[in-house]
Design a protein around this ligand. Structure first.
Ligand code: ADP
Ligand code: MG
Length: 255
């Protein structure tokens, strides 16, 4: 298989002296979908936030598409920290979907999606609109382009957030419990969109407790506990044949 798109190396993160990531190694190859599971507080969100430079690791490194996140290499070989605005440029390679959608409430659905193509890629208004409509079609919401987020259900808002995350054609998509804030009847439409994305070859790192989705769509499942990856394997391995007691307990509670 091809080189990893994302390589997380011995990643560590402390908050005021307390280590919450204790040396994480993880690779995601192009087109792979990796599900991350683990109890609350195990470090899943912090891991995703480090990938995205929303948190600065206290040790180790994150490589995306051949670049070290948060740093650039000087001509003499030394690494230099990026400024906040340089990091913002790097972050364009990462599409992130949060639990609470984070859409701009005073913008229409289409404006939320077309903003990145317009302001970052400098597409013309009509090209940005065309790209936005294509993305909305992909998530099945082409007829809601002119609605405002509050006029949509949670599931629809999350589908808009996914379309927005795709707008800059990121190298990797990160999802942090994308269905946890939804009413149960809205979960399926979001996991269906995510499954279709995974099927179409997107590279995805997904924190989720939706075992059905993970089983069907993920190539690999990773179980985190207390800042480490306790075990990983195919979803069937991890869900049905976990080696570690902690994983078995978690699966029993989650199933
Ligand atoms: P998870 O997403 O698996 O629930 P988190 O990554 O959110 O776990 O949190 C891991 C640990 O790090 C928790 O103990 C949490 O309280 C702590 N933590 C997360 N963010 C911060 C922060 N900004 N400051 C201090 N502690 C934090
Ligand atoms: Mg979390």
């Amino acid at each position: 298989m091809n080189e990893p798109v994302l390589r997380i190396n011995a990643l560590r993160k402390q908050f005021s002296g307390v280590e919450v990531l204790k040396g994480i190694d993880l690779e995601v190859r192009m087109g792979e979908t990796v599900a991350i599971l683990g109890s609350s507080g195990s470090g899943k969100s912090t891991l995703l936030r480090c990938v995205n430079c929303l948190e600065i690791p206290t040790g180790g490194s994150v490589w995306l598409d051949g670049e070290i996140m948060g740093y650039r290499r000087e001509r003499n070989g030394a690494l230099r920290r990026l400024t906040e605005s340089q990091m913002a440029v790097q972050r364009r390679k990462v599409g992130m979907v949060f639990q609470n959608f984070n859409l701009f409430p005073h913008w229409t659905v289409l404006e939320n999606i077309a903003d990145g193509p317009r302001s970052v890629l400098h597409l013309s208004k009509s090209d940005a609109k065309e790209r936005g409509m294509a993305l909305l079609t992909r998530v099945g919401l082409q007829d809601r382009a002119d609605a405002y987020p509050r006029q949509l259900s949670g599931g629809q808002q999350q589908r808009v957030a996914i379309a927005r995350a795709l707008a800059l054609e990121p190298a990797v998509l990160l999802f942090d419990e994308p269905t946890s804030a939804l009413d149960p009847e809205n979960v399926g439409e979001v996991t269906d969109v995510m499954s279709a994305l995974a099927e179409s070859g997107a590279t995805m790192l997904v924190v989720t407790h939706e075992l059905g989705f993970a089983r069907a769509a993920a190539d690999r499942a990773v179980f985190m506990h207390d800042g480490v990856i306790l075990e990983q394997g195919t979803p069937a391995d991890v869900f049905d044949h976990a080696r570690e007691l902690r994983t078995q307990e978690f699966m029993r509670k989650t199933l």
